[in-house]
Ligand binder design. Sequence first.
Ligand code: IPD
Ligand code: CA
Ligand code: CA
Length: 274
Amino acid sequence: MFQEQNPAIVVRYELARRIAREAGRTAMGYFRQRDKLVIELKGVQDMVSVADRAVETFVRSQILAAFPDDAVLGEEYGGDRGKADFVWVVDPIDGTACFVNGMFSWCVSVGVVLRGEPVIGVVYDPNADEEFHARAGGGAFCNEAPIRVHPGQTLKDGVLGVGTSFRVGTEDFIPFLERVLLDGGMFIRNGSGALMISYVAAGRLIGYFEPHMNAWDALAGLVLVREAGGATNDFMAGNGLIRGNPMLAGNRKIADRVARHSGLSLTAPEMELC
Ligand code: IPD
Ligand code: CA
Ligand code: CA
């Protein structure tokens, strides 16, 4: 397979893994002293602290020192794709609300896109010392162990991860939850979408749905799920890299079922399963 052999991807995969672990250690230093953090609000229920900014600055400097012609798109400092083939998509701390309130479900998320195709996903959870990592054609792993999506065929067979934010209204999300429950499903939200999508790749959650995610929340997990034998929607459709999109993941049967419950148009390009 082309991607499997592509040395430009392999070398970035190794770097992404190293950076995610080092960034996680840096974030952990702030987490242990979180009573000293000054928290700012970016929007309703949308927080940021010096930790988020410091970790993203570190990640950017590491990427650009190794690959000065690559582009970086991060939650805290944005970014411009320019003419770069490789775009790194970084959430320095996903699960900031958990982080600043002393809960453990947060992670560092690093994805890489090559000419519009997501090819690398690394999600590192320093509290559990779990590194979920995958590259296109190379399989998906938690630390050194290969991972696979949940084999369940109905929503009764496992727990569904869900997320939402004030970037969207409640009018579609609440009826979605009702349809999941009426279908015998049960849902969980742990505050870190990137971590929950990694759990889908690891077969811990049966699937995931969120009506809108930004690329830095979703892309690393998307590569993980696809490499773990699962399906996602076409998150990159309609300029998803910049604007974000709904995010859906699971094995194909579950992803299809959840897509039907989502209330979103199944014919929209961004909802096509792949
Ligand atoms: C948020 C988390 C949350 C998801 C939101 C994200 P942040 O990211 O991933 O689980 O529901 O859509 O914005 O703000 O913690 O980096
Ligand atoms: Ca995030
Ligand atoms: Ca974040």
